[in-house]
Design a protein around this ligand. Structure first.
Ligand code: UGA
Length: 437
């Protein structure tokens, strides 16, 4: 099928290449000329495992192209809207400028039977409003909402073999038409028995924010337990293991540490509270404000631990910060707890040297005041303290004896509870975890 994808960021670029992999013909559109120029050469503008490979193979088929010119969508039957919905400056609400602009830009190019498919995460009610705009355009096109659940770092796998598909469609014949087109697009996943939920617009929009709100709540729950562990001498990692054996709870997303960040969870829970307040139901999700507050407190906890480990001040101390991206296998530093910890320690007068396998470039663009190093040895050499804030495998598997030979003080603050405390202590380190004795 001929498809267009509007917005070629972490979501859209992967979606475009993956749709070619599934046999379709795709044009990817973005207003960012630099990004499009790179993609047109088959080069991903960001780090995502597996994307270079599927981009190269998709380009080789001749069925994938990229353009800044929206009129290139002509001929496509389905148009995915995959633009960003960041937090509005000075507000908790989502900024819908890019979604609205994408739909407006599409309107002159839509024809009878075309389908616009929203993938962006939006406040509930947006799809109904956009469907009204498309209906009023008299183009004969319709709308569906098909939320995306991909995780950065696993985006290619999550797009090609999703764990579920959700279609939010209109009632009656337009909904049947939308369902038929989406079934054709996702034929490979459906043939593999991927669960499919066909529902209304509001449910589809809510599925996405509810899923992210649940995940954020799960992380903040275990981080709240970490706070209790800290005043009782308990160990939150063992607590998580023990409750995680209960299948109803499950161990995933019970990793206590400096908390969640990224371009999704933090802004999605805030936008959800803002939308619920608009709907007169603020109380129903008021707990998400607490989820947010717990999350932000954990970054502060890692900073406080570092300060107290260094005798009450980090001024002029060399602090080696391991990690900048919001999670491993990503170069994304949006709302990254790791980068935040590095910046705040720098603000307290520490001589921060930060390293990350992929996140340095994006961090430098936002915080040029920090010192970055691509060299792990240089980062660690003569450090007064080591702070782990993103659990990349290359950090998790560090040999404490080797690191001990480089640093000035064997003080480690494990902001992701990723190191084996006993092994580090046995190698002579003073080890601090979050929510661990
Ligand atoms: C999240 C959701 O997991 C995806 O399902 C969703 O599609 C995506 O947002 C989105 O809305 O587009 P992502 O932002 O890629 O995906 O990252 P996650 O893997 O969910 O991790 C989020 C944050 O939580 C990271 O900072 C991670 O370090 C942190 N985290 C995760 C913890 O602190 N503890 C855990 O146990 C797990």
């Amino acid at each position: 099928m001929k498809i267009s994808v509007i917005g070629c960021g972490y979501l859209g670029a992967v979606h475009a290449a993956a749709m070619v992999e599934l046999g379709h013909e795709v044009v990817g559109i973005d207003v960012d000329a630099k990004k499009i120029a790179q993609l047109a050469l088959g080069l991903p503008p960001f780090f995502e495992p597996g994307l270079p490979e599927i981009l190269t193979s998709a380009m080789a088929t001749g069925r994938l192209r990229f353009s800044t010119d929206i009129s290139e969508v002509a001929g496509s039957r389905v148009h995915f809207v995959a633009v960003g919905t960041p937090q509005k400056p000075g507000s908790y609400a989502a900024d819908l400028t890019y979604v609205d602009a994408a739909v407006q830009a599409l309107l002159p190019h839509l024809g009878e039977g075309d389908l616009v498919v929203g993938k962006s995460t939006v406040p509930v009610g947006t799809a109904t409003r956009l469907a009204g705009i498309i209906a009023a355009s008299g183009t004969g096109a319709t709308l569906a909402w098909n939320p995306e659940f991909l995780r950065e770092g696993f985006a290619v796998k999550d797009t090609i073999s999703p764990d579920r598909l959700v279609y939010g469609v209109a009632a009656g014949e337009p909904g049947e038409h939308a369902t038929a087109l989406l079934n054709e697009i996702y034929a490979v996943a459906l043939a593999a028995d991927t669960p499919l939920v066909i529902t209304d617009f509001a449910t589809a929009e809510l599925v996405k924010v509810a899923a992210n709100a649940f995940l954020a709540t799960k992380i903040s729950f275990i981080n709240a337990m970490a706070e209790i562990a800290e005043v009782t001498g308990a160990d939150v990692t063992q607590l998580a293991d023990a409750i995680g054996y209960d299948n109803r709870i499950g161990r995933r997303f019970l990793g206590a540490g400096v908390g969640f960040g990224g371009g999704c969870l933090p802004k999605d829970i805030r936008a959800f509270t803002a939308r619920a307040e608009e709907l007169g139901r603020g109380d129903s999700v008021a707990f998400l404000k607490e989820v947010d507050a717990i999350n932000l407190r954990r970054r502060q906890r890692a900073i406080n631990l570092t300060v107290s480990a260094l005798g009450g001040s980090v001024y002029n101390a060399k602090v080696a910060v391991l990690g900048l991206s919001f999670k491993p296998h990503s170069d994304d530093v949006r709302d990254s707890p790791a980068l935040d910890v590095a910046v705040q320690l720098h603000g307290l007068g520490a001589n921060v040297v930060a390293t990350d396998p992929q996140g340095i470039e994006n961090s430098r663009a936002r915080h040029p005041q920090l010192t970055y190093s691509t060299d792990l040895e240089e980062t660690l050499r003569e450090a007064d303290a080591v702070v782990l804030v993103t659990e990349w495998p290359e950090f998790r598997h560090l040999d404490p004896a080797w690191v001990g030979g480089l640093v000035k003080n064997k003080i480690v603050i494990d902001g992701r509870n990723s190191f084996d405390a006993a092994t580090w202590r046995a190698a002579g380190w003073t080890y601090y975890g979050l929510g661990r004795p």
